[in-house]
Ligand binder design. Structure first.
Ligand code: AKG
Ligand code: FE2
Length: 276
């Protein structure tokens, strides 16, 4: 029997008692609605082959090959494998792989014309300590903005690139490092829930529309301070067999990247775009 447990005060839930390889539509609808309501869900205790992970992930949308080619699965470009090849030939830790996603709170895929709807991970190996993924709500961030700040942002769009103002492109091949900003409203209405969120990513935003550079930078700074609100975080402690999906349209996340580097922390990962 499917069981849902809330894990955080505003976001985060776990789902127990299902095998995602064998889901009828009615059960999937419950999972999908729980995801819209809780923004991050962890389905526990799964044993999956690659095709099972793809088939389940496609129920949420279209799979999309991540721009980091070097971390794609060689036979399946739509699959990224996190945490492999952490050490170079001399045994030196590759910080870009070990610390992937830990530099700042972010949402995945804001650098694309059609940003990622969701990201889904399947945990294959989990370290003995640390290695959580941290999540926070964009809805709560929006709700916390003072009136005058909401008015100043209004319908302004942000320009986003993969590496943002710091040009952080270590995981990209040399030929893939040039990006033209794409523009998205910073106050963004979620297409399925109708709720407003602060669609923001300090590591990918390069400018806010209609402002001189210094004012744009100052506003980016100011908005960054509202991203993480009390009671609106959820820290996921991984278990092997977890299938976790987060909604990039209404949550931020970051990897803690604090686990013993000599231990394995390996996930299959897909980026999911609309439609669906
Ligand atoms: O490894 C993690 O905990 C999350 C990394 C990340 O930011 C991502 O996969 O998008
Ligand atoms: Fe990420």
């Amino acid at each position: 029997m499917l069981q849902v447990n809330r894990l955080g005060p505003q976001i985060g839930a776990e789902i127990l008692g299902v095998d995602i390889r064998k889901l009828d539509q009615e059960t999937f609808d419950v999972i999908y609605q729980t995801w819209l309501d809780c923004n991050i869900i962890a389905v526990r205790d799964q044993t999956l082959e690659l095709e099972d992970f793809f088939t389940y992930s496609r129920r949420f949308g279209n799979l999309y090959a991540h721009p980091s080619k070097s971390t794609r699965h060689p036979d399946h470009p739509e699959l990224t494998v996190l945490g492999v090849n952490k050490f170079d030939k001399k045994g030196k830790l590759d910080k870009a792989i070990y610390g992937r996603g830990s530099d700042n709170w972010h949402t995945d895929g804001a650098y694309d014309e059609i940003p990622f709807k969701a990201t889904q991970l399947y945990a294959l190996a989990i370290p003995s300590q640390g290695g959580d993924t941290l999540f926070a709500s964009m809805y709560a961030a929006y709700d916390a903005l003072p009136r005058d700040l909401k008015d100043r942002v209004g319908e302004r769009q942000g320009g986003f690139t993969y590496g943002g103002r710091r040009k952080a492109t270590a995981l990209l091949n040399a030929e893939d490092r040039d990006w033209t900003p794409v523009w998205h409203p910073i106050i963004r209405t979620h297409p399925e829930t109708g709720r407003k969120g602060l669609y923001f990513d300090p590591g990918k935003i390069v400018a806010i529309e209609g402002l001189p550079e210094d004012e744009s930078d100052a506003l980016i700074e100011e908005l960054t301070n509202y991203m993480i609100q009390p009671d609106a975080e959820y820290h996921h402690k991984w278990r092997k067999g977890d299938v976790v999906i987060w909604d990039n349209r209404c949550t931020y996340h970051r990897a803690a990247a604090d686990y013993p580097p000599e231990e394995d922390r390996i996930h299959w990962r897909v980026s999911i775009k609309p439609p669906v």
